[in-house]
Unconditional design. Structure first.
Length: 670
């Protein structure tokens, strides 16, 4: 009987030297180790024996001789692996499995073709043919080189802009060769995971900070890459680019020593390629974002024939697929916990990591004490008020229910005050997306604007508006919904990096009323300021219209030089219209204004005043949350939770919230 097979492809893009060969060698070589073979329920076999021997030799060279594999240049290679259950497994269990063999094909695309121009028509044809060979991939890994981030510390945007620009230009240069008669492609990698390679070089950079770094330094460049890909594919809404993040490390590298057992993230390669596409394609299909012929080509042909009752019953087998691969994570990856390896969208742990860590049903929190009553549905309901109480707001995701859980903690006691449930598609990381009492939440979904009202502990959609289509020929979408002081929700329509779009407002209390056009929006611009009283300084202030949105503060401390006395602060947390909280990723000797600083912008003078809020610290870059009264600030770093005066008049005091472990994604202090 022919074994039932599931075949998935994964495309890997990375510049020359970013570690693609080392990653693959470590992945395959570790799977041949005796301790892995003894523990694992299945074999990982290379279909090409020569390729398998070459990868295993590379791995042994790192393990035994601390020797790195030779760099491969201009070599477009595909590696096929079979993941096959061991003999002697329970026949009944084998029959219930959705497939017998998982075939994973790893497509290694030469980084030089993104960095250099082709030198001949033959090379151009070879480049196009190589790219066509990976079009069957569902998932693409785009490698961000940890070594280059380290080399550009404080100026990471220089490297990231170059990286994503090279990828974007490479995609655009292939357009004419890939599109027949200009028709968009139905088959194309639709899930682009941002992967930090050589993560061992940046031990303080967890996956959340990696995500934040890319968003802060290269958000516009990622969007331009997405637009380049959009121009190639059918069904532009069914794309996920720069929404999933993973940390990867092939080993721990030290002078004269490579510890191959200290790996991060490599055990996610199988579930990333096998499970993530099903989860994402199902969601797109249910939202009718994926063209029918694309859906059929991806799912019906690969997996759902194993389920006679069709794709809906097949989806119920998704956790069975995860269970089939679950042993991959059993004791073999030190970085599989939520927040350490994979993050989805706004700090949502990827479904793969959730399934493999056994928390697919969502996380529940059992507080040690609470002043709020618990309802029958497990929601902690605040009494005597509309909305949610003041406190530190945390989010967690329930993938089985497709919802987001919001938890409000008292920083001074560590108690859980209240919880609420928000729609899974809602973005909840911005305080401005809620009204003043957190009674209403505004969000976008499939280009439309929604308002949900907190009812019985759940944000229930209470208003829906379609975007006006009169602002351009292309499909218009709402973006960045924000509650104003007047209670109205304002969002932009048709805004891009270079186009201001329009500002449209709605009244959430009148869901049947039409939206109102409030005029043109504004394009984000960069202005160059300086620190008041400091000659060697350079402050980049970013404004949209008359509103300052964020700034980056750099300079050299008095008496210092650029080699030893420079400092750098990222200021994104707004206190008021002119003041922002700033944090530094530099070491303690270069935190001239402390680990947390307050920057106040004087636009007419073109200057910025900076003062210390919290003293310099060895802890990694903290999360800072201004209190609602703007008199205090909460600080969370690797050592715990602290509060201090926003004026910096007192030393940070450690708070009982520090005793709560694995809270979730920290949002804001409401």
């Amino acid at each position: 009987m022919q074994p039932r097979a599931l075949e998935q492809h994964i495309a890997v893009f990375g510049e020359s030297g970013s570690g693609k060969t080392v990653l693959l060698s470590s992945f395959y070589g570790a799977a041949q180790e005796p301790q892995y073979l003894k523990r694992s329920l299945f074999h990982i076999l290379a279909e090409d024996i020569g390729q398998g021997n070459w990868l295993h030799k590379n791995y042994l060279g790192m393990k035994d001789d601390a020797t790195l594999p030779l760099t491969t240049r201009f070599a477009a290679t595909s590696y096929a692996f079979k993941v096959q259950m061991k003999d002697g497994s329970d026949p009944a269990a084998a029959k219930s499995r959705p497939f017998d063999v998982l075939r994973v094909v790893w497509h290694d695309y030469p980084g030089e073709w993104f960095e250099q121009s082709v030198q001949s028509p033959e090379e151009s044809q070879r480049r196009a043919d190589s790219f066509r060979s990976l079009l069957s991939s569902d998932v693409a890994l785009l490698l961000v080189d940890g070594q280059k981030l380290l080399d550009n510390a404080g100026e990471e945007d220089r490297y990231l802009k170059s990286l994503f620009s090279n990828f974007r230009n490479g995609v655009l240069s292939l357009r004419d060769e890939l599109l027949e008669d200009g028709k968009p492609l139905a088959q194309f990698p639709r899930i682009w995971v941002m992967a930090l390679s050589k993560a061992d070089l940046l031990p303080d950079l967890d996956v959340y900070r990696f995500r934040d770094l890319l968003v802060a330094k290269a958000c516009d460049d990622l969007e331009q890459l997405r637009e380049a890909v959009v121009g190639l594919v059918e069904g532009r809404e069914a794309l996920s680019i720069g929404e999933d993040f993973v940390l990867l490390s092939s080993a721990k590298f030290e002078p004269g020593k490579i510890t191959v057992t200290e790996r991060v993230g490599l055990d996610l390669i199988l579930p990333l390629s096998a499970i993530l596409p099903f989860e994402r394609h199902n969601r797109w299909h249910e939202l009718t974002q994926l063209p029918a012929r694309v859906f059929e080509g991806r799912l019906e042909h690969d997996y759902w024939p194993l389920h006679p009752r069709g794709w809906r019953d097949g989806l119920r087998g998704l956790q069975g697929v995860a269970a089939w691969l679950r042993i991959t994570a059993a004791g073999s990856s030190p970085g599989l916990g939520p927040g350490e390896v994979v993050v989805r969208r706004v700090a949502v742990v990827c479904v793969v990591a959730v399934l493999l860590s056994g928390c697919g049903g969502g996380s529940s929190v059992q507080p040690t004490s609470s002043s709020a009553p618990v309802g029958d549905d497990g929601v902690i309901e605040p009494t005597g008020q509309v909305g949610l109480p003041s406190g530190i707001v945390i989010s967690k995701d329930n993938f089985s229910a497709r919802t987001k859980g919001l938890l409000v903690y008292d920083v001074a006691t560590g108690n859980l005050l209240a919880t609420a449930v928000a729609p899974g598609e809602a973005s909840v990381n911005r305080r401005e997306a809620f009204d003043a009492r957190m009674h209403r939440l505004a969000y976008t979904n499939d280009c439309e604007l929604y308002v949900a009202t907190l009812t019985g502990g759940t944000y229930v959609p209470s208003g829906r508006w379609k975007p006006p289509q009169a602002f351009g020929e292309a499909k218009q979408c709402f973006d960045n919904p924000t509650f104003g002081e007047d209670g109205r929700v304002r969002a932009t329509v048709g805004a891009t990096v270079s186009e201001p779009g329009r500002v449209v407002s709605v009244d959430p209390a009148q869901p049947d009323a039409a939206s109102m056009d409030e005029g043109a929006g504004s394009v984000r611009q960069e202005k160059k300021f300086r620190i008041a009283g400091l000659n060697k300084s350079d402050v980049r202030v970013y404004v949209g219209g008359d509103t300052v949105t964020d700034l980056v503060v750099t300079g050299v401390k008095p008496g210092g030089d650029v080699l030893s006395g420079d400092f750098w602060y990222d200021c994104k947390t707004q206190v008021d219209k002119a003041a922002f909280l700033c944090t530094s990723s530099r070491d303690i000797s270069r935190q001239y204004y402390g680990s947390v600083a307050l920057a106040t912008v004087d636009v007419p003078a073109g200057t910025v005043t900076v003062k210390q809020v919290a003293p310099a610290s060895k802890a990694s870059r903290p999360t800072v949350l201004p209190a609602p009264d703007r008199k205090q600030v909460a600080i969370n770093d690797s050592t715990g939770w602290y509060t201090t005066s926003l004026e910096g008049a007192s030393s940070p005091a450690r708070q009982p919230l520090s005793d709560q472990q694995n809270l979730g994604d920290i949002l804001f202090w409401a």
